[in-house]
Write a protein that binds this ligand. Structure first.
Ligand SMILES: Nc1nc2c(ncn2[C@@H]2O[C@H](COP(=O)(O)OP(=O)(O)O)[C@@H](O)[C@H]2O)c(=O)[nH]1
Ligand SMILES: [Mg+2]
Length: 249
């Protein structure tokens, strides 16, 4: 089979309230958009075992993707480990010339796909969405946490990226395989490591501002701030140690 032009990986854990609408919107977009209508697109939804109806709902929407230029796959990696594991699982199975992942809530609107695709075509290895966190986060605590977290990341790793965590990133096939094959952080902090791996290997990372990002309800992250803080500090330590010992190359 021909190599897809683009693979879209969507991690979906406990998404029964959002994934149905997301897949309807995506299928409609793939059908109607002039740019993507001319590409061979692989859609991979990665859904770990969950106590809700996520699997069932995804399966029921599969028929919407019966389009000539679309290949739809539902991947079930088994027991829940974390977002990083699911994104990694999808990306390492994807075959597109460019491979992206996007959150199941479509917080970053789909029209950005074209812009990211063209930026990869123009020679960037990794293209990442960046939001103005002061403007968008609805929860003040989480807002502050994200900003402090990103500053700490910059200080610890020396990588100057303002927003590591936007759930909308695209890679060339080679960059995706290189970054995700070396990934060890399988939970919430995986973006920190992916970007550090990309940097360590001299890949070009291009941030693109997302001005119409929208914080959507029913976030799957209900962990408390203390838990997230502790795991982020741990993840930062791990990334730094691996950077210093050359383990990402
Ligand atoms: N919390 C959580 N999310 C996961 C997991 N695996 C995949 N995801 C997906 O990761 C994405 C996180 O987006 P979201 O819940 O909107 O988080 P937020 O935007 O940071 O509040 C969604 O697509 C989830 O379905 C997991 O194990 N835990
Ligand atoms: Mg979200």
């Amino acid at each position: 089979m021909n190599q897809p032009d683009l693979s879209i990986v969507i991690p979906a854990y406990c998404e029964e309230r959002r994934i149905g609408k997301t897949l309807e919107d995506l299928a409609k977009y793939l059908k109607q958009d002039e740019f993507l209508g001319r590409k061979l697109v692989e859609v991979m939804v990665v859904a770990a075992d969950a106590p809700d109806r996520t699997h069932e709902i995804i399966a029921s929407k599969q028929r919407l993707f019966r389009l000539n230029h679309v290949i739809f796959t539902l991947l079930k990696p088994g027991q829940r480990v974390g977002k990083g594991r699911d994104v990694m699982y999808g990306i390492l199975h994807a075959r597109g010339k460019y491979i992206m992942f996007m959150d199941a809530d479509l917080a970053t609107p789909l029209h950005h796909v074209k812009e990211f695709f063209e930026t990869c075509e123009n020679g960037s290895d990794v293209v990442i969405g960046t939001r103005d966190l002061f403007r968008y986060r609805s929860s003040k605590v989480r807002n502050l946490f994200s900003i402090v977290g990103n500053r700490l990341y910059q200080l610890t790793t020396g990588i100057s990226i303002k927003d590591t965590h936007c759930g909308f990133k695209m890679f060339t096939y080679e960059a995706a395989q290189l970054c995700f094959a070396r990934l060890t952080i399988l939970g919430w902090g995986f973006d920190l490591e992916v970007l550090a791996i990309a940097k360590a290997n001299g890949l070009t990372i291009l941030p693109i501002r997302i001005d119409d990002w929208e914080d959507k309800p029913y976030s799957t992250y209900q962990d408390n701030i203390l838990q997230i803080t502790l795991s982020t500090v741990g993840d930062l330590g791990k990334v730094k140690a691996r950077q210093l010992t050359g383990r990402y190359i």
